[in-house]
Design a protein around this ligand. Sequence first.
Ligand code: CP
Ligand code: NVA
Length: 349
Amino acid sequence: MSAKHLSRIGLAGNCLKTFQRSILRGLSSVSVKGRSCLTLKDFSPREIQKILWVSADLKERIKREKQHVPLLRGKSAALIFEKRSTRTRMSTETGLALLGGHPCFLAPQDIHLGVNETCADTARVLSGMCDLVLARVQRHATLEELQKASSVPVVNGLSDLYHPIQILADFLTLQEHYGSLAGLTLCWIGDGNNVLHSFMMTAPKLGVHLKIATPKGYEPNQSIVQEAEQLARKHGSQLWLTQDPTAAARDSDVLVTDTWVSMGQEDEKEKRLRDFRGFRVSAQMTGTARPDWTFLHCLPRKKEEVDDEVFYSPRSLVFPEAENRKWTIMGLMASLLTDYQPQTPVPKF
Ligand code: CP
Ligand code: NVA
C-alpha cells in the first residue's frame, strides 16, 4: 500500500494482546443498565463486549437451544421512525416480542413529535408509558433532545450521524465467522456516512484495524476522524484514510460498503453516482484481499455499490448480518433494561 495515498495512525502489536486480556477480565461485572445508546462512542470496550456477549448468549439459548427467555416480560418500547426501515423495525418488534415485551411502532404520521409537540414533551410523556424509546431520526440532535428529557433509555435507530445498532450486528457476525475480532482489518469502500462513523467509534475499541476509502468530498466527519485517531492510538490499532479503493482493499479481511445515496440524499443521486465511480466493490478487489475475505453491507443494497458476484458470493455475510440485527437489538435492550447475566461462556473477542 502506497504511503503516498494512506495516512497511518497507531501501532498494532503486543499491546493488542494485552488489551484483549484486560477487556475479558471481569466482563461479568460490567453493566450498562439504565443507559441510553445514541452512539457507541459513549461505550467502553468492555461495555461493547458485554452487549455482544448478551446478544450471542440470547441467540444460543433461544435459536439453538429453543429456550423460552421472557427477560422483558411486562416491558414496552416506543419505536419512532421518521424514515423508512425494514431491518430495524422488524428486528426490534420481533426481538422485543420474543423476550416477552411489547413494541409500539410510531410512524411520522402517527405521532405529534416535531409537528405540534416538542421532543422534550414527547420524551416526558413516553417515559411515563414505556420502558425504552428507539428512534430513527432525520437529525441526530432530535435524539439528544429526546434523551435529555427522557427518564427511560433512548436508542438510536439511525440518525444522520450514527447507526450504532447496525455495528453491533456487524461485529457479532464477524465474531461468529472469524472466532475473534482483535487483529482483523476491516476495509470500508464508499461514502463517509453514518454507518462508517459508527464503525470508526467502535472498531479501534475492539482491536480491529480500519482502512477507509472514500471519494474526494465524501470523507467522514472531521471531528469523528479525530476521535477515531485518538481511539486508534489509545487501543493500539491502525486507522488508514485514502481515496484509493483498490489500495484499501488489498490485504484486508473484511470489505464493507453501504449505499452511496443515504435516506434524505435522494436529490443528490445523479451527482453521487458520478462522483463514486470506481468505488464499486468488485470481484477484482476481493482478489487482492486476504484469502478468507468476507463482505458486509448493512442493506438495503443498490446495484451500483457492489458486484453481484461479491454480494451473492459464499464469502458474503450480508444475510447472517441482517439476521444478527435481531439478536443484537435483543442483547442491547436486555442490557439496558435488566441485570441479565449471560449463561453461555464468554466468546473470544
Ligand atoms: N440496515 C438497516 O438499518 O436497515 P433498515 O433501513 O431496513 O432498517
Ligand atoms: N446510510 C444509510 C443506511 C441505511 C440503513 C442511510 O442512512 O440511509
